[in-house]
Design a protein around this ligand. Sequence first.
Ligand SMILES: [Zn+2]
Length: 481
Amino acid sequence: MPIELETIIGLEVHAQMSTKTKMFCSCDNDAFGKAPNTTVCPICMGHPGTLPVPNEEAINKAIMASLAIKCEIGEQNHFDRKHYFYPDLPAGFQISQYDFPLAERGTVTYDQTDSSGKIIATKVCKITRLHMENDAGKLMHRGTTSLVDYNRAGTPLMEIVTEPDLRNAEEAVAFVQELRRILIAVNASEADMFKGMMRFDASISLREVGTEKLNPRSEIKNLNSYKSLERALKYEERRLRKLWDKDGGPPPNDITVGWVDDEEKTKMLRNKETADDYRYFPEPDIPPLRFSKEEVSAFAKELPTLPREQREEYLKLGIDEKQAMQLIDQPKLRVIFDSVYKKTNDAKRTSSIVLTQLLGFLNSEEKNIEQAPEANMILELLECIDSGTISANAGKEVLGKMVQTGKTPKEIIKDEGMQQISDDSAIEELVQKAIEANPKAIESFKSGKEAALGAIVGWVMKESKGQANPAKVNEILRNKL
Ligand SMILES: [Zn+2]
């Protein structure tokens, strides 16, 4: 009888914290796009005799992230030195947390959705721990030469380790998507995958259904997108299943593999290292961190609405599932939406301006949400519409031009001469002209045909190139007739 195998997956997620400065020094933490080796100092370069000072902002953010994934904060925890030699690690050790991490025993509830965004399954992945550490630099290989950029060295990271609770690649991706939303919601990390701010190591093994023991696993290192996470797990799963068929069981020991994106396969790197290899010991230059219950509950009070609750709130406003997820996954879009909604208190209007018009214009300009006008500019546009400076229709046109040119609404209205005509005497003049030019329509209105009025208003709108205030035109026209 063929045996039935199940796939066991656990993840380590590294997320760069969004702090002003690095983990243990005052260097700028935003090195993206800066010239190599320009945001460094003797501390993050690991010079002898320098003293690391923990970044309070980073610790606070890591605590918020820990609480958002329902972890318990260790009342006393400390930093450790993790030793290994690699040219991108200037000190010869990484400052991490080993036996007493910042936080342990959490859970993340996540949803799996279909293509329309409807939830098809809700699952829970247990979190083993969250600890803080600093990042290494970056190596670049050019032919036979290797270059190193230490700008990233010392950047504050959270490492979040899960229990082996995931059963396939799709679950792993749905889990990391939810984790990313949570980290962004508590402002702990921007988690921008394009900038490498979130990276995954995935462990995968097989076992017979009904057994509990974990078999030797493959650890896939350094995956930096959902796509590579999913593909690497699927590839390694197929490889392990083939191996099982051939050998009649799991591999003899843990291995570490790398994912080669171009070739779409994993490559053996080394036998997996154990904790002993790293010769961990408590970091002597940094005193232990202590958190009282009162301090922890003060942090808990600051927790914002988390993404799954936020989604419920958007759905209650009458927004569909797909749009709700769009808002949650795109922080800038959410800021714009929330500020427009706060001002209008009208979900339908907000949705039309932000999710239909704005996204439509961005799409046709082939721009992304980061290139969208800022929320305060959209609010300025609303003011121009609500005060009657321009009509709602002209507002749409102005929004299109804002996306196109990056100019402010007021600049566009002025440059294009789009101000709505609300001045009574100017409209009276137009109405008088309309009456003279449309004797037939006037006749039929006077004989009781209400619809004829629309034709006359239309004539005025055309004559004024859409700038006359239609409500005013209607009012003055009725008075005159
Ligand atoms: Zn530094």
